[in-house]
Design a protein around this ligand. Structure first.
Ligand SMILES: C=CC1=C(C)c2cc3[nH]c(cc4nc(cc5[nH]c(cc1n2)c(C)c5CCC(=O)O)C(CCC(=O)O)=C4C)c(C)c3C=C
Ligand SMILES: [Fe+2]
Ligand SMILES: [Fe+2]
Length: 325
């Protein structure tokens, strides 16, 4: 019997191929058609999506993507692909675990099915799927699980799959976030207030039992404690509200405006729920959030880049992957 061969599949959300309305429309069509993402009856949602969202939103969103685009493409893709490459090296050299690591995107390319096929072609029959979402949410994590299930429908023989449901309180993850903040503060000094901003979800979804907000608050508490800032200087907020329904509160922009009005001298913002910098951090927080704070009367705004390809975060991914190999 040949020994089983491990492989790791990192999965992130996905991002447009180009910062153009057409590419953004393709991306949003796939993303927002997922019933895990918009939990309203299809007969109600699909007409709204096709008549009110897809004709208008892509042009606006494409401009935002253009403002953060990197030489090598969308930041989310650039960092996710670096994470896969660095994790492969880390597992092999530091942990002596020979396991191919590939990345996939839940929406767009390379798809989860393609990632699974690539690992199968490398001879992997035990696959650890590591969604790059530290906090579990139905709209993100469970949607990756759906894609894995359908991606393996025709696999013969199907590999054994270990699915990482969450790592929101893993010590190596908490350490990577705290170290990133401390390194930043060592270079740039400390703020008066630290805002930890997480992507929101609809309040109704949370009320139906999604563990996401509890996990976000747990992560924030652990990071704050690690920093010695588990007190009134730190606050947790939720960003990226989509649509008119109520989302998790407090909203990040409201909090930034309130801090500005209170003449807070300096605010630093971190986004611990994002494994990679992306539109939601680089445009919404670093550009728009800064404007909100400064226009309201704040003086100094710092967005601390997320952990991206920092060694401590790669070590955290390696620890999480290894525990699930
Ligand atoms: C980190 C976890 C995320 C959760 C939870 C999440 C929920 C969620 N998102 C939308 C709608 C949109 N999100 C968009 C972008 C986006 N979202 C996440 C992460 C989470 N989303 C990331 C990493 C990104 C950035 C992608 C990139 O290319 O950089 C967008 C697209 C941009 C836009 O048009 O505003 C939408 C739309 C919903 C509805 C939802 C939960 C119900
Ligand atoms: Fe989102
Ligand atoms: Fe947004």
């Amino acid at each position: 019997m040949p020994s089983p061969r491990n492989g790791v599949l990192l999965v992130n959300l996905g991002t447009p191929d180009e910062p153009t309305p057409a590419a953004v429309r393709r991306y949003l069509r796939e993303f927002l058609s997922d019933p895990r993402v918009v939990e309203i009856p299809r007969a109600v949602w699909l007409p709204i999506l096709h008549l009110l969202v897809l004709p208008f939103r892509p042009a606006k969103t494409a401009k935002k993507y253009a403002s953060i685009w990197m030489n090598d493409g969308s930041p989310l893709r650039v960092y996710t692909s670096r994470q896969a490459q660095l994790l492969r090296g880390y597992l092999g050299e530091k942990l002596k675990v020979q396991a191919p690591v590939v990345y996939a995107m839940r929406y767009g390319k390379p798809s989860v099915a393609e990632g699974l096929a690539e690992l199968a072609a490398k001879g992997c029959d035990r696959i650890t799927v590591l969604p790059l979402y530290p906090q579990y949410a139905g709209s993100t994590t469970a949607s990756v699980a759906d894609a894995v299930k359908s991606g393996l429908k025709h696999a013969k023989p199907a590999p054994t799959v270990q699915f990482v449901k969450e790592f929101h309180e893993h010590p190596a993850y908490i350490n990577a976030i705290a170290k990133n903040v401390n390194d930043y503060w060592f270079k740039h000094g400390r703020p008066d207030r630290l805002v930890m901003s997480f992507h929101g979800i609809p309040k109704a979804v949370a009320d139906r039992g999604d563990p996401y907000p509890v996990q976000c608050r747990r992560t924030a508490e652990l990071v704050a404690t690690e920093l010695g800032w588990n007190d009134a200087r730190t606050q947790v907020t939720f960003q990226s509200r989509f649509g008119r329904a109520e989302w998790l509160q407090p909203y990040t922009f409201d909090a930034l405006r309130a801090l500005g009005s209170a003449k807070t001298t300096r605010v630093d913002v971190i986004c611990p729920g994002f494994a990679a910098d992306c539109l939601e951090t680089l445009e919404e927080i670093s550009i728009e959030g800064k404007k909100e704070f400064l226009h309201a009367g704040g003086r100094d705004f710092h967005y601390i880049p997320t952990t991206n390809d920092t060694p401590a975060f790669i070590a955290a991914l390696a620890a999480v992957a290894q525990e699930n190999l």
